[in-house]
Design a protein around this ligand. Sequence first.
Ligand code: PMP
Ligand code: GLN
Length: 388
Amino acid sequence: MPTYAHRVDTFGTTIFTEINVLAQQYNAINLGQGKPDFDAPADVVAQVVQALQSGYQNQYAPGPGVPSLRKAVADHVARFYQLDIDPARGVIVTSGATEGILASVLGLVDPGDEVIVIEPCYDSYVPSIIMAHAVPVYVPLHPPTWNFDPDELRAAFSKKTRALILNTPQNPTGRIYTREELMLIAELCIEHDVTVICDEVYEHLTFAGAQHIPLATLPGMFERTVTISSSGKTFNATGWKIGWVYGHPDLVEGVARAHQFITFAVHHPTQEAIAYALALPDTYFQDFRAMYEGKLALLRSALDGCGLKYVAPQGTYFVMTDYSDLFDGTPTEFAYYLTKEIGVACIPPETFYSAEHLHIGSNYVRFSFCKSDEMLLGAKERLAKLRK
Ligand code: PMP
Ligand code: GLN
């Protein structure tokens, strides 16, 4: 009887789907998937409505993305990071960052090449590497501060290393790599002639003065880095799935060739709205950060009240918490217990790890705080039962 390909043998149902179903079943407050429960800005939504009704944007967009959005991406990068990007040859609009990651791996890595990933990491990286018939090589972050060991990073590089996937600010740990850490990554990538696929979707979610430094801004890195971002995070619009990849045209060419045959083009009217959104004044991005500072404070007070231990995240809308004082079991067992008995859902990080490093995250679960203040206060009330 026909069956599915070996390529997808190891791909189970994603943890986000699994926890969403469980949370719904037990009517839990869902602090699992990083999905805001509030809307995109009204003026940005109005732009989509206008685009839908204009009669000009309901057919295929240009494959690489509409010119206005590619220009807006380049302008945004120039405004915040002083990088000079060619909108015509240095930007590709993708169906979310998830397609950006896959198109980058398929377009920049050959079968048999090694790709370094720093884990725990976003769950699509390794499947993307596997679908490209490349080989993931894992470097762990060490709790509670989630730093990598420079010697372990150095040891991961070999003659076969073709690329490294970096994520800063980092999901799920909330780390923002320091300039020193990035300099070491840069030095090793230059020494071994390695391409970096840099996922910066949480670029505007930084806390307590932590500074997000795009890897592409470091000396010698622009020509070997493609950078990925997404409107889902910055404009509370995860459902629109508009992401982008930017970088040196020679690398972006590889991404563009893969993208042509993954989606060809992405949702047309939404692209115009994101072009508008990326040009919003600095105050939008400041208010966005301040809103999340407030939500982080609410989640922290919930965690402090119940005995879950954590190191405050420097960025993203996630907190990794250590439950070892409260529960004896695996992260999945704890997540199920918390959802069913306490009424709060969270993400167990097993699928963010390779088998060799799974033990490192064995006492941790991830909470997201991209939720209404009411939800976060409700979670605080429910989590208080944990201590009792
Ligand atoms: N990278 C990271 C680190 C993420 O956390 C996410 C999703 N939340 C993505 C990529 C995917 O972004 P998108 O929804 O735009 O595909
Ligand atoms: N990136 C989101 C998270 O980490 C989820 C995205 C997804 O469901 N694939 O929660």
